[in-house]
Ligand binder design. Structure first.
Ligand SMILES: Nc1ncnc2c1ncn2[C@@H]1O[C@H](COP(=O)(O)OP(=O)(O)OP(=O)(O)O)[C@@H](O)[C@H]1O
Length: 206
């Protein structure tokens, strides 16, 4: 698969800036980069079309898919289940007009590597420059109460530890947003990184 067709798996701690960077990419190249369609058990909101916004399914149907190993990653949020299915990633990757983006955590990345190895994805890790900055960005984002924020910071360690195993093709340190975006663009266009990526990850023990 040519570098311009490789699906892009983006991972990194909550608050590292994944959505921000992906948003910039989609803004720069309208219609060129798209996520696979996720499954959810929540009810559709006005204007949401089944199969476009989400695959809207019952809890039983969702759990049946869980039990047959149909999801790369799934999670429960406020009583609703959300998941990225293998099938919908394969569908998105078969569309020649878009480049498929997958935003998953480290457990999802492990699964993706097992289940979708043939897709030859580009695995990209978005890292905060430091844990202190991650904490301040998360609290400035203002989407979480204190308990959720603590949980996100705890999970950050697990994400960084996995990145240190060399699981990713490239690491983008999101210090200055424009600089991080330039790095991301170069990687998306198939450029290689210098190789000292892992050494630049922030320590988690301080
Ligand atoms: N380089 C940057 N400098 C300063 N603030 C940033 C930078 N990148 C992102 N942010 C801010 O940090 C916050 C977290 O970013 P974002 O929501 O994109 O993270 P995320 O990795 O997508 O998190 P989640 O996994 O929780 O969705 C946002 O408020 C965003 O505006």
């Amino acid at each position: 698969m040519a570098s311009a067709d490789r699906p892009i798996v983006i991972s990194g701690p909550s608050g590292a800036g994944k959505s921000t960077l992906i948003g910039k990419l989609q803004q720069r190249f309208p219609g060129k980069f798209a996520f696979s369609v996720s499954h959810t058990t929540r009810k559709p909101r006005a204007g949401e079309v089944d199969g476009k916004a989400y695959h809207f399914v019952s809890r039983d149907a969702f759990m049946a898919l869980v039990h047959c190993g149909g999801f790369i990653e799934y999670t429960e949020s406020y009583g609703n289940l959300y998941g990225t299915s293998v099938a919908s990633v394969l569908t998105a990757c078969s569309d020649p007009n878009i480049r498929c983006l997958v935003d998953i955590d480290s457990v999802g990345v492990k699964n993706f590597k097992e289940r979708c190895a043939h897709l030859n994805a580009l695995y990209m890790f978005i890292s905060p420059p430091s844990i202190r900055l991650l904490e301040s960005r998360l609290s400035q984002r203002g989407t979480d109460d204190d308990a959720v924020l603590r949980l996100r910071l705890q999970q950050c360690k697990q994400e960084l530890d996995y990145a240190r195993t060399g699981a990713y093709d490239a690491i983008v340190i999101n210090d200055d947003l424009d600089r991080a975006f330039t790095t991301m663009l170069a990687l998306v266009n198939g450029e290689q990184t210098s190789g000292d990526d892992i050494a630049r990850l922030p320590p988690t023990d301080g």
